[in-house]
Design a protein around this ligand. Structure first.
Ligand code: PLP
Length: 450
């Protein structure tokens, strides 16, 4: 339908595309041609094993014909309807999403275009429901690139845009055991005490900020790009209890951790906690079409029964995206993808700990389901990171280059390597990627103390 020789894709793109998150003169994108399962191919037919699910989003894998067909049929039947109308697919997809939420408790769904606007809308819902203003989020977090979601983001991506961001956000610290601020002199602290210390820290902030001014606590259930930080048992339950005690809305950002990524439909289910609002995107359609959502308890929705929710999007509930979501959820159920991810999580844990044992530059490995990370260090005792704060290093750059040159596409962030493959990956395919990584780690080992 659209003709362009393969060798013109890259130069023409470089001429006309303005790239996000990039210095324009330095971009060097992979010209991707096709993708299937856990692999994709560039225009030169080079094959890559996708260890990042593109942008941590292609959960069911590439090229699933069932989702593509559902989108094609929807496009032929009705590609768009206005936000105030409803459609067959809007009825079906909203029920399908509500049905997979924790304990099926989040019965009302507001559809957005992605994760950032899902969080923006969740914040508006919480503010409207509580008639309070402040939002508490964690430092090691990313919630999106629009002004409100960027204000909520705790990591340095926020700082570039300050002070022109949404007001009212207060940040707090994450229960990050490997580099715990509160336990440097007591790294063997019990899990119970560790958890209590971080909950006390949060409660102290709540009290100083004034509970009557706090609308919501917004958290990634398992922190994504900022380090796959898996909360200890009791932490999420404790945050839930603090929210109940002070009348604060609990918002779980499951944009990255949701839809099977951690071996449950949503990460928060590992701790049997039901948030008041849950945001999602990425795995909601496995990226076959853009879509986000804020699913909420009926009482949150009921706060807007008699007056309007003053917000909207031209493309809310876009039928083609909803067809992708409904088909994606069906595929996940039919193929038991969540259960498969849980099983592969155990295989990933074994492989990660093998790498940890073999390589002195590995400080710690963590994973929950197919959400994994290696923290690379120059010295295991001092935990000096392999790259400085908010930066990269020649070793990290060389490690990633080795992987990509050898057909392993993965994401590195500062001194960490993330392992976030499509959830359909087999043990043999995981091993295939880990073998490349095993060799790549020899680069960082060279500068690590033994
Ligand atoms: C946890 C989390 N929340 C929100 C977002 C923003 O989603 P989007 O890029 O679809 O706006 C992301 C994106 O990476 C994310 O990881």
């Amino acid at each position: 339908m659209f003709d362009l020789p393969d060798n013109e894709i890259l130069p023409l793109s470089k001429e006309h595309v303005f790239w996000t998150w990039s210095a324009q003169a330095k971009v060097n994108p992979i010209p991707v041609k096709r993708a299937k399962g856990v692999y994709f191919w560039d225009v030169n037919d080079k094959r890559y094993l996708d260890f990042n699910s593109m942008t941590m989003c292609v959960n069911i894998g590439h090229g699933d014909e069932r989702v593509i067909k559902a989108m094609q049929e929807q496009a032929a039947e009705l590609p768009y309807a206005a936000p105030g109308m409803t459609t067959k697919i809007r009825a079906i997809a909203s029920k399908a999403v509500a049905d997979v939420t924790p304990q099926k408790a989040l019965t009302k769904v507001l559809f957005t275009l992605g994760g950032a606007d899902a969080n923006e809308n969740a914040i508006k819902l919480a503010r409207g429901y509580t008639k309070r203003h402040k939002i508490l989020t964690r430092y090691r977090s990313y919630h999106g690139a629009s002004a409100g979601a960027m204000a909520a983001t705790g990591d340095p991506r926020r700082v570039a845009w300050e002070p022109n961001l949404m007001t009212g956000v207060v940040h707090f610290l994450d229960p990050y055991r490997y580099r715990s601020t509160f336990h440097r002199s007591n790294p063997d602290v019990s899990e119970e005490e560790f958890t209590r210390d971080y909950l006390n820290h949060l409660e102290e902030i709540i009290l100083y900020e004034g509970p009557e001014s706090i609308a919501a606590i917004l958290m990634e259930s398992v922190t994504g790009t900022n380090g796959i930080i898996i909360p200890p048992d009791g932490y999420m339950q404790g945050v839930r209890a603090l929210c109940d005690k002070y009348g604060i809305v609990m918002i779980a950002d499951e944009v990255m951790s949701g839809f099977g990524r951690t071996g449950k439909w949503f990460a928060i289910e590992h701790w049997n906690v039901v948030p008041d609002i849950m945001t999602m995107a990425k795995g909601l359609t496995s990226a076959y079409a853009p879509l986000g959502a804020a699913a909420m308890k009926p009482e949150i929705a009921a706060a807007f029964d008699e007056h309007a929710f003053e917000s909207g999007l031209t493309y809310t509930s876009h039928p083609i995206s909803l067809a992708a979501a409904a088909a994606n959820i069906n595929v996940m159920k039919e193929d038991k993808i969540v259960e498969h991810a849980a099983g592969m999580g155990s295989a990933l844990r074994r492989m990660l700990s093998d790498l940890g044992e073999a390589h002195p530059s590995v400080g710690e490995v963590r994973n929950i389901g197919l959400f994994g990370i290696l923290e690379l260090v120059k010295d295991r005792k001092t935990k000096e990171p392999m790259a400085p704060w908010n930066s990269s290093s020649p070793e990290m750059t060389a490690l990633r280059k080795y992987c990509v040159d050898n057909g392993l596409f993965l994401y590195t962030h500062w001194h960490t390597v993330l392992i976030i493959p499509p959830l359909i990956i087999t043990e043999a395919q995981l091993k295939e990627g880990m073998d490349v990584l095993d060799k790549a780690l020899e680069i960082t080992d060279k500068v690590a103390s033994r």
